[in-house]
Design a binder for this molecule. Sequence first.
Ligand code: SAM
Length: 240
Amino acid sequence: MNAKQLSKRLTRVADFVPQDAVVADIGSDHAYLPCYLLHKGIAARGVAGEVVKGPFESAKRQVREEGLSDRIAVRLASGLKAIEAEDGVTVVTIAGMGGSLIRSILETDMDKLAGVERLVLQPNVHAQTLRDWALLNGWHVTAEDILEENNKIYEILVFERRGGKGELTDAERLLGPYLLAECSPVFVSKWRHEIKQWKRILASLEGLPETEEMLMKKQEFTRNIELAEGVLGSEDSEWE
Ligand code: SAM
């Protein structure tokens, strides 16, 4: 992977960045994504934010080597603090982290999202917590994607302030409203696997003394199985 040839995962993230966006990529590592967006003529300008010194230096070097230092500001900062009002950022991308970390990045500096029109998020796990955050904070889910690369499955969520889905059912919160409707083979494979995992954990907890925390986990997994099987149907062999 480099700034001209992204991974399939980051290419799909880039596909959701609209023409002429001013993009802030948070947790940018090598700054491949903003460099790619500028080389492709999709983004007009960009910000690459990184909180760790090593990746920040790599991002700076990359942007310099790509000849983009005048159009991409590389900043050592935590989360959305990398964005300054004068940047005029219209799209924020956050990819390759857990859903809870992405949520905490969004929650910590919500004021920085004032002029932002679109969020393109790629959580490695726990996408539901981001859909919940969106619904609580006036963002709508306007698109989703799911893909497999190197035996890993990734979800991409796009939030905007209007359009799309501003209310979700429990199944849509867990599985994703657009992904659920599309029900692609990758989606089915992901949730069949999750169902197996939840059932395995529930079986391993059987007979153990119940703490309050364990009881809550059991309820959550049981409910998730119900929701996922409500969409996919149940497979008896999963109980084996
Ligand atoms: N976004 C790239 C991608 O998807 O390939 C890099 C993903 S890498 C696994 C996650 C990056 O996010 C790391 O470079 C890490 O230092 C950075 N990071 C983690 N927490 C951060 C935060 N609060 N603010 C900015 N960067 C953060």
